[in-house]
Design a protein around this ligand. Structure first.
Ligand SMILES: Cc1cc2nc3c(=O)[nH]c(=O)nc-3n(C[C@H](O)[C@H](O)[C@H](O)COP(=O)(O)O)c2cc1C
Length: 205
């Protein structure tokens, strides 16, 4: 299952090289190995990602964002991609500020092209320190981003994944995520569904 040449872009919205970085990279590795996907990756760690300040520069000028920062790479890769994975750590029961800022800043590409991710399948992964710490609301916030921007939100299916990849790091970074067999299963099931949906759509177009 590799002839379709799927371009997959993964984002980690964690400021650290820890569990979210590990999980998103594992998801990309799985897609590369099982589906020969071409992979691009962006980690929020060490990156300059300004908040959207609602200045409406992007709406008035249709020339990108007023901030010239590391979001440029994200814009390019979202346009390049056939499919998207966004992973976030859970902060206060929801997604990280970095993940939210990345999604907010996409208003600037939407202002240029409302259909920048239209019909592209997108999946969500969330890693919490607690077993039930807000992974589902975090995943849902990412799925809402896909819905709002006319992408196709994809979960992992029942009996193992449901809304997406939900992981429990026990606050032990990548080592904790590696030990979460059930969480890893939910991630792989979600990636499988993402890739199969993307292949189906490519065949139809
Ligand atoms: C500001 C902050 C808030 C957090 N809030 C939660 C929370 O509400 N629920 C939870 O399960 N874990 C929470 N955690 C723990 C992280 O989600 C957990 O350690 C996660 O694995 C961090 O991702 P990382 O390893 O990629 O940094 C919080 C951590 C931080 C720094």
């Amino acid at each position: 299952m590799g002839d379709e040449n799927i371009r997959l872009f993964g984002i980690s919205g964690s400021p650290r090289k820890a569990s979210t970085d590990y999980i998103v990279q594992e998801a990309l590795r799985h897609a590369g190995e099982m589906y020969s996907a071409q992979i691009e990756y962006f980690s929020a760690m060490g990156k300059k990602i300004n908040f959207c300040i609602h200045c409406d520069y992007c709406i008035k000028n249709k020339n990108g964002c007023v901030h010239k920062d590391d979001m440029q790479f994200v814009y390019e890769k979202l346009i390049w991609a056939d499919a998207i994975i966004i992973g976030t750590p859970v902060y206060q029961g929801l997604l990280s500020a970095q993940t939210k800022a990345i999604m907010d800043r996409c208003r600037a590409i939407a202002a240029q092209d409302m259909y920048f991710i239209r019909n592209k399948p997108g999946a969500a992964l969330a890693v919490g320190g607690d077993r039930i710490g807000g992974q589902e609301p975090s995943i849902q916030a990412i799925l809402n981003f896909y819905i709002i921007n006319e992408a196709i939100p994809v979960g992992g299916g029942s009996f193992g994944a449901n809304l997406g990849g939900a992981l429990w790091s026990k606050d032990r970074g990548a080592e904790g995520a590696k030990d979460d067999e059930e969480g890893l299963k939910s991630m792989r099931k979600t990636v499988d569904r993402l890739m199969k949906t993307t292949i189906l759509l490519k065949k139809k177009n």
